[in-house]
Design a protein around this ligand. Structure first.
Ligand SMILES: [Zn+2]
Length: 144
């Protein structure tokens, strides 16, 4: 999972690349990739989406990206920090999902517990209650 998330350093590289290459014009995705060969395409896509949401670039007639004046003025750190905050929130959600997937307890009780409801121990119908749950490392490894 960690490899999917761009770091602050990745943001710095991409933003510097965009500033250097664009000279106020537009760029295609391939041109942006060429500017930052060390960063994977999916990470670049994530970062372009973040920059777009922050109003630093615009997506023109696909697939061209236009740099806005803000890209050259805004501090890179604020965009990276805001993204990182969101990433941490996503991570918490992911961890909750992993706990849910790995629990040996009643899933209905686990869900209700997560929602703040107590009082259910066993629903009697979920895979854990019926003893048919597929346990294993596969789930844990796939999410790590
Ligand atoms: Zn159950």
């Amino acid at each position: 999972m960690a490899g999917r998330y761009p770091t602050a350093a990745d943001f710095t590289s991409v933003i510097h690349g965009l500033r250097l290459l664009s000279s106020g014009g537009t760029l295609t995705f391939d041109e942006i990739r060429t500017a930052t060969p060390a960063i994977g395409a999916s990470k670049i896509r994530v970062m372009l989406t973040v920059l777009k949401q922050a109003g630093l670039i615009r997506e023109r007639r696909v697939p061209r990206f236009e740099m806005t004046p803000r890209l050259f003025a805004e501090s890179v750190e604020s965009v990276a920090a805001a993204y990182d905050e969101r990433r941490q929130r996503d991570h918490t959600k992911l961890e909750q999902m992993v706990v849910y997937a790995q629990t040996a307890l009643c899933r209905t009780a686990a869900l209700l517990d997560a929602l703040g409801e107590t009082g259910v121990d066993r629903c009697g119908t979920c895979d854990n209650c019926c003893g048919t749950a597929i346990r294993g490392e596969a789930v844990a490894q796939g999410a790590a």
